[in-house]
Design a binder for this molecule. Structure first.
Ligand SMILES: [Zn+2]
Length: 116
């Protein structure tokens, strides 16, 4: 009888852990979308600045450097967040092409590079 209870408990614990992971995966996916939207917004702003800089009243693209710095930071954040997602899904990020393969594969399923 006790064994049955402990088996049930194990199953429940497993399910709770699994759903916790799913919530986490959803959160991480949402933050990836959020970061990508921020990147798009910065590019739009950058385009506007560069366009304005070609007009008569500006001699240089003012503020462009700051936006490029923000973009670099966002890309760094995006990379970390995608790695976190891969970790949660038990996948590894290929260092050559950036695609995901299951963590038991030896080679990237997209480009064939060796995974470590
Ligand atoms: Zn690859």
């Amino acid at each position: 009888m006790e064994k049955i209870f402990s088996d049930i408990k194990k199953t429940v614990d497993g399910a709770v852990k699994k759903s916790g992971e799913l919530v986490e995966i959803t959160k991480v996916k949402l933050s990836i979308v959020d970061i990508k939207n921020k990147i798009d917004a910065r590019f739009k702003e950058l385009g506007r600045i560069v366009y304005n800089a070609s007009g008569p009243e500006y001699s240089e693209a003012e503020g462009a450097d700051a936006i490029i710095e923000e973009l670099n930071a966002l890309y760094e954040e995006l990379k970390k967040t995608e790695e976190r997602l891969a970790e949660l899904k038990s996948e590894v990020v290929c260092k050559s092409c950036g695609s995901l393969s299951s963590d038991d594969s030896l080679y990237c399923r997209k480009c064939g590079a060796k995974l470590d």
